[in-house]
Design a protein around this ligand. Structure first.
Ligand code: SAM
Length: 291
């Protein structure tokens, strides 16, 4: 590699200045300027020549450059049209890259991959825009695209919620949703100095290795997630109260208490101590009750 990396702080500043660009807050733009962190993220993603790497928000191409060097193919989806000519310039030497100017939440990654990279394993790698981290992750986890893994920079607090266990303060609907679809692991924490501009929150890289099939069996996934949401909607209330107050679960208070005791639990139990398997069991019982 003779050329200076895009992530080099002086080069990044130069690219932005030459194109008359400034980081747009509304798009969550915090560009990575630490080559060591970028190497670590791409290494942790496991991306190799058999893969289609999908990058959400390439920015000026700091991470894309690393991905293009390792992946068979790269698809980069960027919402900010100002960055498209920049990417054409900074990444001109790669012929395995496609840049799309679009909102990732409106992009059918599965259809694109089917048409343009058939047979390739899909790995998502990104320094995510923090303002829409959860919608992006949920769309990737719940969607039809056959994604093998997701390795992303997120707020440290969000990463901690994703890996947390029952009964801990960070445990909630996000932990359960992520753990239903994937095995999450924090790769590393990242200091604010690794970005330009520096974010006002702490960051961490997390890898979600997607399961081929969820680790628990439920008769109705929507009901499982309705139950989980209702159980955490009023954190300090009992499970019976949370479920009883939910418009998504059309059972009376007594029926709900009956289901909880039939599960073998105290009727004053709180949802925040239930494991994913226990939520699956509860879903099965409520599903049967609903007929
Ligand atoms: N990957 C670059 C890096 O690491 O330096 C930039 C990361 S920056 C945190 C987030 C990027 O996501 C920005 O380039 C931003 O414009 C882009 N972005 C924000 N919302 C998006 C969306 N809905 N769809 C696609 N890209 C988006």
């Amino acid at each position: 590699m003779s050329e200076i990396r895009i992530a080099n702080p002086v080069r990044t500043a130069g690219i932005l200045r030459r194109h008359g660009l400034f980081a747009k807050k509304k798009y969550g733009q915090n560009f990575l300027i630490d080559e060591g962190i970028l190497s670590e993220i791409v290494e942790a993603s496991g991306v190799d020549s058999g893969d289609l790497a999908v990058e959400i928000g390439p920015g000026i191409g700091a991470m894309t450059e690393f991905l293009c060097e390792r992946a068979g193919q790269v698809l980069a989806i960027e919402i900010d049209e100002r960055l498209i000519p920049v990417l054409e310039e900074t990444l001109a030497r790669f012929d395995n890259l496609t840049v799309i100017n679009a909102d990732v939440l409106k992009t059918d990654i599965g259809a694109w991959a089917n048409e343009n990279a058939p047979g390739k394993r899909i790995r998502v790698v990104a320094n995510l825009p923090y303002y829409i981290t959860t919608p992006i992750l949920m769309a990737l986890l719940e969607g039809d695209a056959p994604i093998a893994s997701i390795t992303v920079m997120v707020q440290k607090e969000v990463a901690e919620r994703m890996i947390s266990d029952p009964g801990t303060k960070d445990y909630g609907a996000l932990s359960l949703a992520v753990q239903y679809y994937a095995d999450p692991r924090i790769v590393t924490e990242v200091p604010a100095e690794a970005f330009d501009p520096r974010p006002g929150v702490e960051s961490a890289v997390i890898t979600l290795e997607k399961y081929e099939a969820p680790p628990v069996d439920v008769p109705d996934e929507k009901l499982l997630f309705d139950i989980i949401r209702a159980s955490f909607s009023q954190r300090r209330k009992t499970l019976a109260n949370g479920l009883g107050n939910s418009p998504d679960i059309p059972l009376g208070k007594e029926e709900i208490t009956g289901v909880i005791t039939d599960c073998g639990w105290d009727e004053r139990i709180r949802g925040e101590i239930l494991t994913l398997s226990e939520f699956a069991k509860l879903t099965q019982m409520i599903y049967t009750k609903l007929g």
